[in-house]
Structures are given as C-alpha cells and as structure tokens.
Ligand binder design. Structure first.
Ligand code: NAI
Ligand code: MG
Length: 356
C-alpha cells in the first residue's frame, strides 16, 4: 500500500471551500484503489491566524511541513492583512524554504467554449509552461536609495545563478525528451543584455546534451503575440520567473480563466515537499457563498497524482473535468452554471467512481 502524506493548508476566503472539494476527489480515488491511500493533516494558517497570533504560520511551521510528501494549498490573503505579509510569510516562504524551483502551469484548453480566441479548439491550445520559481527577477534583490529625495534611486536586480538557470532548463529538456515534445525557450536577450543573453547561452549549452529535442527560442514580446494568434506552435515552454508569471496568466485567459488555472510548485528531487495549488486567490468577493469554482483546485489534485507517479489517476481526474465542462448545468456561475462549489466537487467524485 502506498500512502501519500498530505499537509492541507486551506488558507483564506474560498481556499477552504475549494480544498474541501479536492479532498473529496482524493477520497473517492482512495475508495477505488486498494493500493493507494492519502493521509490528511490540516494546518489552520493564514490571515485569520495572523489576526489572532500575529503570524501567518507557526514559528516552526516549515519544520512541521517538512515531514509531508505534499502540501495542498487553497489561497492566502484577505482584506485586513497587507498582501505582502500574507504572500511573503506563508506562500513564498514555503516555496523558498522547500526549494520548489519548478512551477508547472498547464495551458490546456478543455473545451472550445472556454476560449476567447475565435475558432480555436482543444487541439490548438495544449501546452505546459515551466516557470523558474526561485530566483530571476523575483529574487528580492535591490535597494531604494535617497528615498523621498530628488536624487531617489530604486534598483531591482534580476538574479540568474549558474545553478538556478541550469537546473530549470535541464528540467525542461528532460520533460521534453520524456514526452517527445518540442521545447521553446522564452527570453529577451536583445534588451536584457546580461541576464537573458546568459539564459540563451545556457539554453544552448544544456541543449547539446539533448540533441533529439527540437527547440525554439523566442523573445517574450513575440511569444505573447504567438500565445494569442498561434498557440498551436507551443508544446513545452521554459521561461524565467517574471516572464512565466505574466505568460501563464495570459495562458489562463486563453483556457477559461482563474476558475480553471492550476500550478504546481515542485521540488523535483523530492528532498522537500512540493506544493499544489489553484492559481486564483482567496476571492473575498464570493467567499463563503458556495460560488467558488473548485475545478482549478481539483486540477491541482490531478497534478499531484501525476507528480507521485499515479498518472493513471491524474489523467482520469482531468478527463472528468473535461467531461463535466460540457454540461453547463454542472458548473458554477463563473462558467455560466448554477451549481454550488460542493455540487461540482460531488459531481467530479461520482463521475470518477462511475467510470470504474
Ligand atoms: P482572486 O483570484 O482572489 O480573485 C479575482 C477575481 O476572480 C474575483 O472576482 C474572484 O471572485 C474571481 N475568482 C477567483 N477564483 C475563483 C474561483 N475559483 N471561482 C470563481 N471565481 C473566482 O484575486 P484578487 O481578488 O486579486 O486577490 C484576493 C486575495 O487573494 C488577495 O489578498 C491576494 O493577495 C490573494 N491572492 C492569493 C494567491 C495565492 O494564494 N496563490 C494568488 C492571488 C491572489
Ligand atoms: Mg501570478
């Protein structure tokens, strides 16, 4: 029997509502697969915890989480606590401490009704963005000099280490080789004459070890254009932290919006737990009303299953999401339906069980 130990950090707003539905799906799988089980331990961290205890997570929170295989997170951030505190003291802390240097964001259109692009179908939009998740433009390196004075100077430095650049690019080549897909690097060597020239060099250098992988290299501005007018040319994309952040939200817009966008924060060596989460935030405007779409959080469950080599279940969950999307009645209001968060989770679980 294989047991995957999952730390649940439901967080704020709609976080707990959508995580509950993901757990429902995992429990359905556990019932069907006698060789697979999940253990769940919930941590009440987030903004409410901050307002009561003055901190987003326990002092030894990282130590506590270390023991788990995976972290399943809802969303963090809520009015009343500044966003830079909730983000840096919980989410980014986990990503950094656990060296989750790979961010995996599928840009997969599950049904043609979901894309704003005219006459594009499922076969045109189906790729994976691999975003560098530990350094680059988000390294937090910089300074603010002479604040408030006429000579004020603000510096925000991109950090591209040999180790950090090489490992993300290598991960992407491995993934391209494993799946037999093309690999596209997105950078900006013409304007960012240090960091992105370096990125391009490393992309070529590592590529020598993967002569069978077909590669492309685009400037980020051109890549944004192609995302919209020719998304079919992408299969696997590797890019820096900032470019990946922006491009994946563009990707989410092409495939049905926040209710369907998911992202895994992965430590590939499994030295530390990886974290699976929907991309959306805590949606205070709809929290507590049963209106939240849980499909992004359920897609995270599919990514989690893939990561633990349970690809068969990962694919089944994605297939069921694909199926449920065809029936408007089964969906939450953001996708034009009338179903509640719990209805959608329940439908996914029972559709999974009926496929058996
Ligand atoms: P948001 O993603 O929470 O909401 C943006 C809009 O999308 C809202 O109108 C919301 O109702 C809608 N929406 C989001 N998820 C939805 C879902 N599953 N189903 C239906 N509608 C959904 O972003 P916003 O409003 O900018 O941020 C709210 C809070 O969440 C802030 O405190 C922010 O810092 C935090 N946040 C946390 C993230 C995380 O934990 N990874 C990511 C983004 C924001
Ligand atoms: Mg983002």
């Amino acid at each position: 029997m294989k047991t995957i130990n999952i730390a649940l950090v439901p967080g704020d707003g709609i976080g707990p509502e959508v995580v509950a539905e993901g757990v429902k799906v995992l429990k359905a799988i556990e019932r069907m697969d006698e060789h697979l089980s999940f253990s769940f331990t919930e941590f009440p961290w987030g903004c409410e915890h901050y307002l009561q205890e003055g901190k987003m997570m326990a002092d030894d929170g990282i130590e506590q989480l270390k023991a788990f295989d995976a972290i399943y997170l809802g969303a963090v951030g809520y009015p009343g606590v500044p966003d830079h505190i909730s983000l840096w003291d919980l989410l980014l802390k986990i990503r950094k401490e656990f060296d989750q240097y790979v961010n995996l964001r599928p840009v997969t259109l599950l049904d043609e009704s979901l894309t704003p692009l005219k006459s594009r179908t499922e076969k045109d939009i189906d790729f994976l963005v691999i975003r560098e998740n530990s350094e680059g433009e988000y390294a937090g390196a910089g300074d603010r000099l002479f604040a408030g004075k006429p000579e004020e100077v603000v510096l925000q430095t991109g950090v591209f280490s040999r180790k950090g650049t090489e490992r993300i690019i290598r991960y992407a080549y491995e993934e391209a080789q494993r799946t037999g897909k093309t690999l596209t690097s997105v950078s900006k060597g013409n304007a960012l004459n240090y960091s992105m020239v370096y990125w391009d060099e490393v992309f070529e250098e590592v590529g020598m070890e993967y002569p069978d992988v077909e590669t492309y290299s685009y400037l980020v501005d051109a890549a944004s254009l192609y995302f919209v007018n020719d998304p079919g040319r992408f299969e696997i994309v590797v890019t820096s932290n900032l470019f990946g952040d922006i491009l994946t939200d563009l990707g989410a817009a092409l495939t049905g919006g926040l209710g369907l966008a998911t992202g895994a924060n992965v430590n590939p060596e499994k030295e530390f737990p990886s974290m699976f989460e929907p991309v959306h935030g805590s949606a205070p405007d709809i929290a507590g009303k049963g209106l939240a779409n849980p499909l992004a959080a359920i897609w995270s469950v599919s990514q989690m299953l893939d990561f633990f080599n349970e690809e068969r279940w990962g694919a089944e969950v994605l297939e069921v999401i694909r199926e449920i999307i065809k029936e408007k009645d089964n969906l939450t209001p953001d996708l034009g339906g009338k179903a509640s968060t719990a209805d959608v989770g329940g439908s996914v679980a029972s559709m999974l069980e009926s496929r058996k």
